[in-house]
Design a protein around this ligand. Structure first.
Ligand code: GAP
Length: 556
């Protein structure tokens, strides 16, 4: 992972946001290559899900034909949207805070391990015994729970370093440490009393757990207080639900149909980490697919399999990609089925997977919430409007009729929703991880050298082709520039005449450029050039006039 992170910075895929001011945790900028990669991923998704969808044919695995359309909604929406959707009350993480360092940590994510040191004692922070009465000196303990923020491969070393610090031991005394049970997260502990927080100097400094709201608040205009308070959207989905009726009324779409949206979402994550995996600002690619309740299970299965296939087709390998159906007790209160598409990111421990996309069967929860008001499950397991202390709806819905009337059968119903919800940044990160390869290739002198090559699927590769004149003379640059200009009309191409040709190939390998075209001495006599394949290193000759078609066929 370290090598990938350094390549991303060195070659301009990803930079830390505001880096010259020390960076901003959880925010990332896409550099010149990264912006093309991410745009290609979003374009491939939009093309495959929306514009390229054939509404006249039944796709493999689908129950019937269906329609697809798109939206682009605002990031700031009416605050009532988030009250009715449940985000205002429920979109939070449990967190603990450190009295000493003032840092916050996710209760369910901070990992640590029980450790002792052959009877050596550690003094805890004095604790409050009763209101206003505090111990003069904290208790002494022999077993404590050391924690670490390190990534998987450095976790064991960091835990040992922290344990030595807690017991005031030196590195050479490491064998004194006795480890108990396996590494676990804080939420598995009965109390936080004996926890040595990741960045603290004393043991027992954690408070909590308590709720931490994840939506970023903002203010609209000059209105002070509650009236002007709004939120940056934490998901793009709600913009689709609140526009359901507008789309129905302004187009001729009929159920079943889907509305897609790509856009920024914001979550004030407590511990953004693992490169871009958990960011505070990220992009989502979401579809809300509206169907008849009786058909919804079949549509759920269709979308689950269709979305999995999409990642496979773009090159995520079988053994690192998996589809995981949620157990019944993992499902949201309104869902009858959810699956995650997960990827074995290299920063995770062996056997662990991170979510790329969730495909959820959401029933009629969302449309009903925006019609009736915030819903909760009652004792019988049915959804009903949540009432406030005054017996009135806690958050009123829009009151608008979001039901659907089938023109043929005259059947009126609230459509069920299947939601394939993907993260563009997580997708980009998975494609970057998958692409990173080290192999060997001959240099200019024919000696085999280790090379770093980003093996992107040609559809998402930032640059599709690079053109080189072998030398900067004899008319070669002129021929190469003509080819470059012809390629540029179709897709991103790169022209490079500087340095040894082997080094130029290496630079394109690192950028993930699938094809390099070289104009050499033979080109001047027979009007052919070589095309080199990034992955196989195979080279073949093609007529100059055929280069654009040859490369286009291969990258589309
Ligand atoms: N509308 C449903 C929804 O938003 P989610 O599982 O919270 O569901 C969907 O998010 C996808 O958005 C995730 O699978 C992930 O790819 C992406 N995502 C969520 N939180 C993210 C974060 N903090 N950083 C980067 N991507 C995130």
């Amino acid at each position: 992972m370290e090598k990938l992170v350094s390549l991303c910075k060195r070659r301009g895929f990803l930079f830390q946001s505001s880096e010259i001011y020390g960076g901003l945790n959880g925010f990332w900028d896409y550099g010149p290559l990264g912006v093309e990669l991410k745009r290609n991923i979003k374009n491939a998704w939009w093309q495959d899900m929306v514009t390229g969808h054939d509404e006249l044919a039944i796709p493999a695995g689908a129950p019937t034909t269906y329609e697809m359309t798109g939206l682009d909604c605002t990031i700031i929406m009416h605050p009532q949207v988030w009250k009715c959707s449940g985000h205002f009350d429920l979109f939070c993480d449990m967190m603990v805070d450190c009295k000493e360092t003032k840092k916050l940590y996710r209760f369910d994510q901070l990992r640590g391990r029980w450790v002792s040191a052959q009877g050596k004692k550690v003094r805890l922070q004095p604790k409050v015994i009763s209101e206003g009465v505090q111990q003069i000196q904290g208790d002494e303990i022999e077993r404590l729970f050391v924690t670490s923020l390190a990534e998987a491969e450095e976790e064991a070393g960091d835990l040992q370093r922290r344990a030595l610090k807690a017991f005031n031991l030196r590195a050479k005394d490491a064998e004194v440490l006795e480890w108990h049970e396996s590494v676990m997260t804080l939420d598995k502990l009965d109390s936080l009393e004996c926890v040595f927080a990741p960045e603290a100097n004393s043991v027992g400094t954690l408070n909590g757990p308590r709720e931490f709201k994840l939506m970023f608040p903002t203010t609209i205009g000059a209105l002070a207080g509650e009236e002007g308070r709004a939120f940056l959207r934490p998901e793009t989905a709600q913009g689709i639900f609140v526009n359901f009726k507008n789309v129905l009324d302004s187009t001729r779409v009929k159920i079943p149909f889907g509305i897609a949206q790509i856009g920024k979402s914001f979550r004030n994550e407590i511990t953004p980490r693992n490169f871009t995996f958990r960011s505070r600002e990220f992009e989502q690619m979401e579809i809300e697919f509206f169907c008849h309740p009786e058909e919804s299970r079949k549509w759920y299965e269709y979308w689950r399999d269709r979305r999995m296939q999409w990642y496979t087709d773009l090159g995520l390998a079988g053994e690192r990609l998996r589809l995981r159906e949620h157990d019944k007790d993992e499902l949201s209160h309104y869902s009858v089925g959810t699956a995650d598409i997960e990827y074995a990111f290299p920063f995770l421990s062996e056997g662990e997977y991170g979510e790329l996309e969730g495909i959820a069967h959401r029933g009629d929860f969302d449309l009903r919430s925006h019609m009736e008001g915030k819903l909760v499950k009652n004792a019988k397991g049915c959804l009903e409007v949540e009432l406030g202390e005054d017996g009135k709806p806690k958050y009123r819905g829009s009151g608008r009729d979001l039901q659907y009337r089938d023109e043929v059968t005259n059947d009126r119903f609230t459509p069920h929703v299947i939601e394939p919800s993907a993260g563009a940044d997580r997708g980009a990160l998975a494609f970057l991880c998958e692409a990173y390869t080290e192999d060997s290739a001959p240099d200019d002198k024919g000696q085999m050298q280790t090379r770093v090559v980003m093996k992107f699927h040609p559809r998402i590769a930032p640059i599709k082709a690079a053109v080189f004149p072998l030398v900067k003379k004899d008319g070669m640059p002129e021929v190469a520039q003509e080819i470059y200009r012809a390629l540029k009309k179709r897709f991103p191409a790169f022209y490079d005449e500087k340095g040894a040709v082997g080094r130029r190939y290496r630079r394109q390998d690192e950028a993930g450029t699938p094809y390099c075209i070289t104009v050499d001495g033979q080109s001047l006599t027979d009007n052919t050039v070589t095309i080199r394949d990034r992955d196989t290193l195979e080279q073949w000759r093609v007529k100059v006039d055929d280069v654009v078609e040859e490369v286009s066929d291969r990258v589309s």
